[in-house]
Design a protein around this ligand. Structure first.
Ligand code: PLP
Length: 397
């Protein structure tokens, strides 16, 4: 049977449904099955096999079928040449950093990133492996340019950034990186490829936690890197065969299934988050709302130039209140769940207290603690009513 292919002549939604799926050759099933086996039959004489070859049906740590189907879909949705899917978003970040960097190299990265990026680059790679690092305000491309040194190998940014929703200009930073012989990687987890495709904007790599929007149902972990095959082949061998960060076939299958509805879910996340952000702006007890879709956001113009059709489902906001009030506020919520993670179907809120060692890098208004709120796909009226009754109970209206 001829393999079905869906190139970019097809729309995003069609590719989210079809790319990477096909009729199963053996059973005729119209959904490809999960292959849970961890070993594959060897040829009559296996002595010439390379046990360290990635992507071959040999041993599941070298890569497996469900992972490959998902890679095909994500490369298409992110508009990149190739994709590798690993066990988590952090496995993807560390896979990229360990493959590209060696001691003596220099990395510039955003002052606002998921904490693991800071730990990996600034602590592990810097302190243990002699990679030089600098943290910059990447919302200012000139600050990035000024930080360049002759040995700059990589610039890593996150936009929107976790947890302050800071926006960085992907096109401008890609130009600075390339003028100086460096590579640019962009963590696209908050936006998802439905709203933003960094490789199409000039980045060399997109990194994504699949645990969030792409799976979308809060029941599987995974991570992906999208970029040129020549680099991804290195990561494929290193991260899987040598470091063991291979995704389980079941998780790859779950994420494949979740990704089918990514476009539909993102439309609802975008619309709900915008409505909730606008509502929060009307509440007296709210000290600030950070959402790139709001015109009041300092990065709104840049966000609008690189995010389309929406600005994602995550926002942050603060209260005119003390530490205990934040915790009591959360205890009144019923539709919205107090939990880490983001990009799930359900609304998730997390009180990020005063304990983040990097708070000094955040804008002033974040310093006394704040909420990161991943707005789910419930009815927006129910999300707002849930917030409203909690504000009422704490006399914050
Ligand atoms: N990147 C961003 C922006 C994140 O928010 C997270 C997790 O919250 C990660 C990467 C790490 O992903 P994972 O938890 O799948 O390892």
């Amino acid at each position: 049977m001829e393999k079905k292919t869906f190139g970019t002549e097809y729309g995003f939604q069609t590719r989210a449904v079809h790319t990477g799926n096909d009729i199963d050759g053996e059973s005729g099933a119209i959904k490809r099955p999960i292959t849970m086996a961890n070993s594959y039959a060897l040829p009559y004489d296996p002595s010439s096999l390379n046990w360290s070859e990635a992507g071959k049906n040999l041993y599941t740590r070298n890569g497996g079928s469900n992972q490959q189907y998902l890679q095909e879909r994500l490369a298409s949705l992110e508009g990149g040449e190739d994709c590798i899917v690993l066990a988590s978003g952090v496995a993807a970040l560390s896979g990229l950093f360990f493959a590209l960097l060696k001691s003596g190299d220099y990395v510039i990265f955003s002052d606002v990133t998921y904490i693991a990026v800071y730990r990996l680059l600034h602590e592990l790679l810097n302190e243990k492996f002699g990679v030089e690092t600098t943290i910059v305000d990447s919302s200012d491309p000139e600050a990035v340019r000024k930080a360049i040194r002759p040995n700059t190998r990589l610039i890593h940014i996150e936009t929107p950034g976790n947890p302050t929703l800071k926006i960085s200009d992907i096109r401008a930073i890609a130009a600075i990186a390339h003028e100086n012989g460096a590579l640019l990687s962009v963590d696209n987890t908050f936006a998802s490829p439905f709203n933003q495709r960094p490789v199409e904007l000039g980045a060399d790599f997109t990194v994504e936690s699949l645990t969030k929007y792409i799976n979308g149902h809060g029941d599987a972990m995974g991570g992906a890197i999208i970029g040129p095959k020549k680099y991804l082949d290195i990561i494929r061998a290193q991260s899987q065969i040598n470091l063991g960060a291979t995704i389980s076939p079941f998780n790859a299958w779950l994420i494949m299934r979740g990704s089918v509805t990514l476009p539909l879910r993102m439309k609802q996340h975008n619309a709900n988050a915008m409505q909730v952000a606008q509502y929060l702006q009307t509440i007296k007890g709210v000290s600030f709302v950070a959402y790139p879709g709001l015109e009041s956001h300092p990065g709104h113009a840049v966000a609008a130039s690189q995010m389309n059709p929406g600005f994602g489902g995550v926002l942050s906001f603060g209260l005119h209140a003390d530490h205990d009030t934040y915790n009591r506020f959360v205890s009144h919520l019923k539709v919205i769940t107090s939990a880490v993670s983001l990009g799930h179907d359900e609304s998730l809120i997390v009180f990020l207290g005063e304990d983040d060692e990097r708070q000094y890098l955040y804008p002033e208004e974040f310093h006394g603690g704040f909420f990161r709120f991943s707005v789910g796909i419930e009815d927006p009226e129910d999300i707002i009513a849930d917030l409203q009754q909690a504000f009422e109970k704490e006399n914050l209206l």
